[in-house]
Design a protein around this ligand. Sequence first.
Ligand SMILES: [Zn+2]
Length: 62
Amino acid sequence: MNTALNQPYLTWICLTCGLIYDEAAGLPDEGIPPGTRWEDVAINWTCPECGARKEDFERVDF
Ligand SMILES: [Zn+2]
């Protein structure tokens, strides 16, 4: 069972530069297709704006 499929897409923000990562939108310019979950983004991916690592992003709660 994969309950993650039923969960809403989340939004993450870079704490260093404020770049938004929206799971629903992905980052096609970075080779991340729309609908890619944050946990499925490569662990060594870095912010295209400032080079921050994934651990420097925080989930945005609306
Ligand atoms: Zn950044």
